[in-house]
Design a protein around this ligand. Structure first.
Ligand code: FUC
Length: 790
């Protein structure tokens, strides 16, 4: 991709590209009823938003994920039997339940005493027995099943010109190949407008197809009309919690030409010119306490509405809807020859070959995934919305000691505010369950959540005490929502989340303990996720993460109360309590202490994947080079001690941490490692199961954080720009304080900066130690004079 010169409006070239692509798509696609020849109309003209592979997915993880935020599918691109694996965001095991252990409240004082006495292993044994939730495991996210498309005439031994593409800008997955001289083409997308997955199969000669719906769930498929199948079932029970959800998946097969018959539950189409297959799925889930919906009726209604539209109408509505979000941000970090290769080959060499465009593609892929997995339904879970197993790793649910929050790190900087709504709603529901847990388990007001939750918003401490007995989930989630507010400064949203912040804070006013050794207020029992401090357990009192989270939580709750003119006495109490928390401490290795005591050197795993004690540096802004240089230097030392070997999400976190330390070489080194080694869904990156989605989101946030940072009303330009991206362009990135900006740079220096403020106010723009102040008027585009920063 060519870089635009600074004098050209960056949006102009982009817009004309986009218009010609859309026009081409409209001209060459036709309705369900009309004939259509295979064409290249779906191919994006912009390699900056195109992933492609020269071979089918070997394993499920290498498929292309599509989703409308609520339902999703993995497209494997296989030639003879195409497997389209289906997901519905609310298909979890179990039913409404709460998981508080009735013995917990009585056992907690003893556990606390043992921890204060330094008898950590005993505390852990007792907690394991008497405090951990019942059941000790949560419910897990499930697969609906597979749509199997068997191409009767395709000869697997004669395949040529194979190519599959995921066009991130159109949100369409395409597979094309030639078999025995016949050219096949398949397109698939998940429409948020029509709430269906839509697939169109075509060839340049009449072809035949067998079509089935299969599922590993307790279910039955039946034919419900010509070309119609409906699969209905009940979800699995898990860990003693009965399956109470009903679900349905329906397909509608619409051939153009040829004949259609049925053989049991197999639909057979012969000699069609093209075939459209529509898929809808739903469950009876209405809320964590209501499973009374009618999934079959929903499926029938969605299919009936979609089938009345032409293919091009479905497709155009989908593309327009997706692009409304996707096109808000564009990124160009320069290009190289490597960019011409298939995406998997680029990823394989991400560390040893210069490929700046791959990092830009990664950002757009992260944004694509968020749109596809977090709109209108459940938040993006541990695998986003893509899971082909009924016993997935960690239940493919919500791990809230880092992973779920990380999923939302790029939502605001990536200009996708709508995608946060499912998270906000989940936190609102979790606060209801969490109030029950706070009361019955701790005898405390407010609400509490531990390190995981699921569709049913379970809030007790699950799994083992050494990973699960961490009472900070509500605090972290609430701070994440506050940050969303800070990017937009919308008072209605602040009013909405204030009760969540307030409830999370109230819990700690009741549950904090005085540490007998230091006299400070601490959490107890807790742990620094999921790190064993080397004194018999992970359990401890007052780890750094908890204290940092509490400072944020108390500050933000007090600030919100002030802005909303509410709860003056509570505000004072929060400010008072905050003062009694222990400060961050620097240990004997010059590191930021992970625990209250200087145990970092004793930890069983010194290079542990979690960098919990660096929360204060990122995502929080308590620690920074400008305001707390000594703590920032200690955080840097901790980061060095943690090393560079880590799982995907842990690398992604470290990219953000190095970016906050304005260390471009280290941040960039980890970007390249992440591009090469993160687990995939899309075959973009080397395979490394188990698959988790978080690293794509954390990595996307990290690249953006290297280019622009914001804090209160300060914007830092190119704080960690690596030498490998000397010239580039970023448009539509959002900064805190309700503003987006377009930035161009050349030879490592900004050449153009345009702000698009949504509110009046003062803003400080900084570049490498220089600063300029600008006054902004809401709705008035402002070109910034960069000479003052030269
Ligand atoms: C936390 C991490 C694991 C994994 C799991 C889902 O427990 O420590 O690495 O990401 O969540």
């Amino acid at each position: 991709m060519a870089l635009h010169t600074p004098s050209i409006d960056p949006m102009i070239t982009r817009r004309s590209l986009v218009q010609s692509a859309t026009a081409a798509a409209i001209v060459s696609t036709s309705g369900i009823a009309g004939g259509a020849e295979p064409s290249d109309a779906a191919s994006s003209t912009d390699p900056a938003t195109l992933m492609w592979h020269a071979k089918p997915a070997g394993q499920w993880q290498e498929g292309y994920p599509i989703g409308n935020g609520r339902i999703a599918a993995m497209i494997l691109g296989q030639v003879k039997r195409e497997r389209v694996q289906l997901n519905e965001g609310t298909l979890f095991s179990g039913g409404p339940y709460a998981n508080v252990n009735p013995d917990a409240r009585a056992a907690l004082p003893k556990v606390r005493d043992l921890i204060f006495a330094g008898r950590y292993a005993e505390a852990e044994a007792l907690a394991e027995q008497s405090v951990q939730a019942k059941p000790m495991r949560e419910m897990s996210y499930q697969s609906v099943g597979d749509l199997l498309l068997d191409f009767v005439d395709v000869n697997e031994t004669s395949i040529a010109e194979y190519r599959r593409e995921l066009d991130l800008d159109a949100a369409i997955a395409t597979t094309t190949f030639v078999s025995d001289g016949v050219r096949y083409r398949r397109e698939a997308f998940a429409s948020a407008v029509d709430d269906v997955i839509a697939i169109r199969l075509s060839a340049d000669r009449p072809f035949s197809l067998d079509c089935q719906l299969v599922s590993g769930q307790r279910s039955r498929a039946e034919a419900t009309g010509d070309g119609r199948l409906m699969l209905q079932g009940v979800n699995n029970s898990d860990f003693g919690i009965a399956g109470r959800l009903r679900f349905a998946a329906g397909i509608e097969v619409l051939p153009e030409g040829g004949t259609m018959t049925r053989d049991g539950t197999t639909i057979r189409v012969r000699d069609a010119r093209a075939i459209v297959v529509l898929v809808a799925t739903a469950t009876s889930f209405r809320s964590p306490v209501d499973v009374g919906g009618d999934p079959a009726a929903l499926v029938v209604r969605r299919l009936a509405t979609a089938r009345d539209k032409s293919w091009s109408a479905l497709r155009d509505a989908h593309c327009t809807d997706h692009r409304r979000l996707f096109r808000r941000l564009s990124i160009d970090l320069g290009t190289s020859d490597a960019a011409k290769r298939p995406t998997d080959q680029r990823a394989e060499h991400a560390v040893d070959r210069d490929d700046p465009a791959l990092a830009a593609l990664f950002v757009q892929f992260g944004r694509y995934l968020l749109i596809a997995s977090s709109r209108g339904g459940e938040p993006a879970n541990l695998q986003g919305k893509w899971n082909d197993s009924n016993r997935p790793p960690w239940g493919s649910k919500y791990t809230i000691n880092i992973n779920t929050e990380m999923n939302y790190w790029p939502a605001d900087s990536g200009n996708l505010a709508e995608c946060v709504e499912p998270l906000t709603r989940m936190v609102e529901e979790l606060a209801i369950s969490g109030a029950h847990t706070a009361q019955t388990m701790y005898g405390a007001r407010g609400w509490v959540a531990h390190h995981n939750t699921d569709l049913w918003r379970a809030s007790g401490p699950v799994d083992h005490a050494r990973t699960g007995l961490w009472p900070m989930g509500a605090a972290w989630l609430s701070c994440q929502l506050w940050d969303h507010w800070d990017f937009h400064r919308d008072t209605a949203y602040l009013r909405r989340i204030y009760p969540l912040l307030r409830g999370a804070a109230l819990f700690f006013l009741d549950a904090l303990m005085v540490d007998p050794a230091s006299g400070t207020l601490v959490t107890n029992p807790s742990l620094s996720p999921e790190n064993d401090h080397g004194h018999g357990s992970t359990l401890c009192a007052g780890p750094a993460l908890d204290r940092q989270l509490l400072r944020d939580l108390f500050d933000r709750t007090a600030d919100a109360a002030k802005m909303l003119r509410l709860d003056a006495p509570l505000r004072r109490q929060l400010i008072e309590t905050r003062r009694k928390l222990a400060p961050d401490r620097i240990g004997k290795a010059g590191q930021l202490q992970e625990w209250l005591l200087d145990w970092d050197g004793d930890a069983i795993e010194p290079t542990h994947r979690h960098t919990s004690h660096l929360y204060g540096l990122y995502p929080s802004q308590q620690i920074g080079l400008d305001d707390t240089p000594a703590l920032a230097a200690a955080a840097l030392r901790s980061l060095e001690l943690r090393g560079t070997e880590a799982t995907g999400w842990a690398l992604a976190w470290r990219i953000n941490l190095w970016a906050r330390l304005r260390d471009a070489p280290n941040a960039h080194g980890l970007v390249r490692r992440l591009l090469q080694s993160a687990p995939n869904p899309p075959g973009m990156l080397g395979l490394q199961p188990p698959f988790q989605i978080d690293c794509f989101f954390g990595g996307t946030a990290g690249v953006l954080e290297m280019l622009v940072q914001s804090r209160a009303d300060i914007v830092d330009l190119l704080p960690a720009l690596p030498a490998a991206w000397p010239t580039g362009r970023l448009t539509g990135v959002r900064v805190r304080g309700a503003c987006t900006l377009d930035l161009m740079w050349q030879d490592g220096r900004p050449t153009s900066l345009v702000l698009h403020p949504e509110r009046h106010g003062q803003r400080t723009i900084r570049l490498a130690g220089k600063a300029t102040n600008v006054r902004l008027s809401a709705g008035r585009r402002q070109v910034i004079d960069l000479t003052t920063l030269a």
